[in-house]
Ligand binder design. Structure first.
Ligand SMILES: Nc1ncnc2c1ncn2[C@@H]1O[C@H](COP(=O)(O)OP(=O)(O)OP(=O)(O)O)[C@@H](O)[C@H]1O
Ligand SMILES: [Mg+2]
Length: 353
């Protein structure tokens, strides 16, 4: 090993010493994002696993998602995370190991790990993220925890360490996290069970009710993601599904207005929780929040009309993230690369090695 280092084989083209590598992980319910210092790149894959006959790994990541809703009964495809917390530890460990193995081309070496966790969960649930990395068999040298909203702020280029009063709203797949940051820490944070999945479910329910048509989750998600473009082009969303009455597959065109309307209820849940957080915010921080506006991120924050309704509902400016899916991972990357930001990462007491 030592010889290899001297011949330079343990450094990447970018000169990163592979014996000193670090990974930053944002475990999303729908997408796992892993920043790899050695490549200075972020891997985004579906946080999904396909198990055959209850024991054999059949597929993972994007390839497991490809099979989702199409696989035979003996292949069980699932998300190991639920509502932002780890629901299936064994499969989550397996997935982490496979992804890190892919990133290191089959040669996992000791490295530091920075893992982003939601703030509004119990200490036991936070510790579970820590234990996950420790037990995943990825040779973690040191494990640091970072509050997701802090990483989000850094990922959106906010000077979180020196700002007093930053409101971050991350709309993900299962959850929306609304947080107030000040001087690099969390003042208030609330995790609500609304996100992209609820939007997809609302679309499916509305299509079923108004068109007597059953559509799959992926179809609903595609409709949701194309709403903006369709509206601009003045077109409806063409979908394929099963007619409830005849039981036969059919094609239908759905008006975008109908889809927009069925999502409003969930948008209001998000807006209401932002208002609740604002009501509880210490007044001294309110001035900064008013000045900066809301920072909106997370994959599902891109859904049609959410940003504008949030602006209308709160009277605050809304800054829309340039990288909504990867903002947390981009923040972790900053912490890993820049020692100035290391103080926002911490080890869980009694667990440091
Ligand atoms: N252009 C788009 N318009 C609307 N929704 C989108 C768009 N692109 C992605 N999404 C949605 O974003 C969600 C995934 O976002 P993200 O990766 O931030 O979630 P996550 O981090 O996995 O979930 P969580 O934070 O709840 O654990 C999915 O529901 C997806 O449908
Ligand atoms: Mg997320």
């Amino acid at each position: 090993m030592f010889c290899q280092l001297r011949t330079g084989r343990l450094t990447t083209e970018r000169g990163i010493n592979l014996l000193n590598n670090a990974f930053g992980i944002d475990l999303g319910t729908s997408n796992i994002k892993i920043y790899n210092k050695a490549e200075d790149a972020i891997l985004v894959e579906k946080n999904m696993i396909a198990i055959e006959n209850k024991k054999n790994l059949f597929a993972y990541g994007d390839s497991a998602f490809e099979m989702y809703e199409k696989a035979p009964a003996n292949i069980n495809i699932s998300y190991p995370l639920s509502n932002g917390v780890i629901a299936d530890i064994k499969n989550m460990e397996l997935l982490i190991k496979y992804f890190v193995n892919d990133l290191t081309k089959g040669n996992i070496r000791p490295a530091d790990y920075y893992i982003a966790v939601p703030s509004d969960i119990t200490e036991v649930e936070k510790r579970a993220f820590y234990d996950l990395i420790k037990e995943a068999g990825v040779k973690a040298k040191r494990i640091f925890v970072v509050e997701k909203a802090v990483a989000d702020g850094l990922g959106m280029d906010i000077d979180v360490k020196n700002s007093q009063g930053v409101l971050v709203v991350n709309v993900g797949y299962d959850t929306t996290e609304v947080s107030i940051l000040s001087l690099g820490g969390i003042v208030l944070s609330r995790l609500i069970k609304v996100g992209g999945l609820k939007f997809d479910d609302a679309i499916r329910a509305a299509v079923r009710k108004q068109f007597s048509l059953i559509i799959g989750g992926k179809t609903a998600e595609n409709v949701k993601m194309s709403l903006c473009d369709l509206e601009k082009e003045g077109k409806g969303a063409v979908v394929y599904g099963r007619d409830i009455v005849t039981g036969l597959p059919v094609e239908r065109e759905l008006p975008t207005q109908m889809i927009d309307e069925c999502l409003i209820e969930h948008f209001h849940t998000i807006i209401d929780s932002v208002k609740v957080i604002l009501e509880r915010t210490p007044p001294e921080l309110a001035a900064d929040i008013y000045r900066h506006g809301i920072y909106l991120t997370g994959g599902a924050s891109q859904v049609n009309h959410l940003a504008e309704l949030l602006h209308r509902g709160t009277g605050l400016n809304v800054n829309v993230s340039e990288n909504p899916v990867t903002s947390v991972a981009l923040g972790l990357a900053k912490i890993i690369k820049d020692d100035n930001y290391k103080s926002v990462a911490y080890t869980i007491e009694g667990m440091s090695r």
